[in-house]
Ligand binder design. Sequence first.
Ligand code: BGC
Length: 388
Amino acid sequence: MTRPRLSALALMAMCLGMASLARTTQAAPPKPVATDSQGIQKMNFGKLADGTPIELYTLTNGKITAKITTYGGIVTELHTPDRDGKTADIVLGFDSLEGYLAGHPYFGAITGRFANRIAKGKFSIDGKEYSLAVNNGPNSLHGGLKGFDKQVWKAEETTVDGSPALKLSRISPDGEEGYPGNLSVTVTYSITPENALKIDYTATTDKPTVLNLTNHSYFNLSGPASGTILDHELTLAADQYTLVDENFIPTGKLGSVTGTPVDFTKAKAIGAHIGQIAGEPGGYDHNFVVRGAEAGSKKPIFTAKVKDPKSGRTMTVLTTEPGVQFYTGNFLDGTVKGKGGVVYKKNQAFCLETQHYPDSPNHADFPTTRLNPGQTYTQTTVYQFGVE
Ligand code: BGC
């Protein structure tokens, strides 16, 4: 199968979300980017301190464009059009690799081996206890000290159903960050003709282990320089959520959303009831139970929709996962300066992290996160963009 490649100029024009580059160099009238100009392109993104080269890939279908780096599999940019066709980058991140290396709260990253928290960094498989690095209060968060977000991934240009795709892979060695089993992981990003960023994950292991992968993109559908996301309207296909203790560890009980500030069963501004969430730092940081999720299903189902009334941009999330962590960037405290020197503040973005429930290895009645030799873990999540 052949993959059309883009000229550097066309790609750059698209990434900048404007035909103006073409206009200034060719004095031609602005024209919309052709829908058939899909492609993938590789660029250098710098080096790690030890000299390891890092790449940045640009994937586009001519309407939406994603940039993804081999460092942490991070989605560094995601350009989508607003209701007037004007394109903007709608994810938080940095202009260069240095920003990511300096430390950040998982902007755009592949999160694993275990997304979200494992209580006290401990779990058992078949009676054997495993200990993980504790990196979040008393708990282990997002894979530990050097999780998948800080690893260098092998990249391969490919296609998924004829769409340009980037397949990232790595072997996570037995014992990495305390997790058992040599784990072979692939994460494939593709841009579909329906204007979606689709992420397909697979993994196999040679020892029983636990696994929970997600993508940790921080979205602001007006563009991250534009303030908070409190006016964005959210619908969640979730009637229940996992109740947690003061350290965000599930108690094991599910709560009904009905009549509570976490009821997003009908579209509601994110900021409408956010002030009613108790505790520090306040804001949404909840795992919702996806309505209709079926164990082992390979068909992503409707999970969430977000609409930005200002730009008209919409994002619809479909997943095969049983849970989704809705997080409103509560810990963004103005200490991180991102793209274009913009200081990221509380509620400047939201995350919809499709995943299994936090601390599942310690809750036998939660959908299992165990992976055995001979089984293949799969996860598919679709972030589809539109306008209203
Ligand atoms: C967690 C938050 C955490 C954030 C960044 C989210 O998945 O639920 O508690 O602060 O990731 O690490």
